[in-house]
Structure formats: structure tokens, C-alpha cells
Design a protein. Structure first.
Length: 115
């Protein structure tokens, strides 16, 4: 599985961005896809999960502001981020989970929230 993340950039506080993660390869084997982020000097944290059945979960810090979704026809996962805060500044990574021994990562896309 190959993952290509895109959509990061500079946005003002309160603004919105949509991240995309295009998947290719053995995508029929994917059981869940996730977005993680890593802020400078901090550990990578899980932001949102979408299962192959469409169920979703979010970190408390982004609930009500971020929405994870998938487009099977385009083999792409999205993260719609609204009401962005400076503390959302991080490199965002997409992740595909097949099994505990088959986990794949995209290259990361930088989101900077600043005035």
C-alpha cells in the first residue's frame, strides 16, 4: 500500500483546510485508515480514525471541528479541519492499517495555523 498525503498549508486561526490521502496498491485489504499529527517537540498523536465499515473516532481535542471521511471510488481519505487553532499546527500523517504487522504511512503534510 502506498499513501500520498496532500493539502497542508498556512491558515489563519479560525480557518479551514482539507487534507487528502490517496491510497494505491492492496487497498482492499485495508481495515482502517487514520490521521496522526506530530507537533514540534511532541510525540505523534492519533487525530481521527475511519474503519472500512465507515465508523469514525476522534481525539477529544478535535471533536466537533474535524471530520474524517473516505471516497472509495477515488481511493482517497480526507480530513476536513474547521475552526483551526494554533495548537493544531503539526505535520499530519495518514496511516493505513491492515494488521499489526502491516501498517503503512504517508509522507506527511505540514499544517501551520498562524496569524
Amino acid at each position: 500500500v502506498q499513501l500520498q498525503a496532500s493539502g497542508g498549508g498556512l491558515v489563519q486561526p479560525g480557518g479551514s483546510l482539507r487534507l487528502s490521502c490517496a491510497a494505491s496498491g492492496s487497498i482492499d485489504s485495508i481495515n482502517a485508515m487514520r490521521w496522526y499529527r506530530q507537533a514540534p517537540g511532541k510525540q505523534r498523536e492519533l487525530v481521527a480514525t475511519i474503519s472500512s465499515g465507515g465508523s469514525t473516532n476522534y481525539a477529544d481535542s478535535v471533536k466537533g471541528r474535524f471530520t474524517i471521511s473516505g471516497d472509495n471510488a477515488r481511493s482517497t481519505m480526507y480530513l476536513q479541519m474547521n475552526s483551526l487553532k494554533p495548537e493544531d499546527t503539526a505535520v499530519y500523517y495518514c496511516n493505513a492499517f491492515i494488521s499489526t504487522t502491516r501498517i503503512y504511512w504517508g509522507q506527511g503534510t505540514l499544517v501551520t495555523v498562524s496569524s
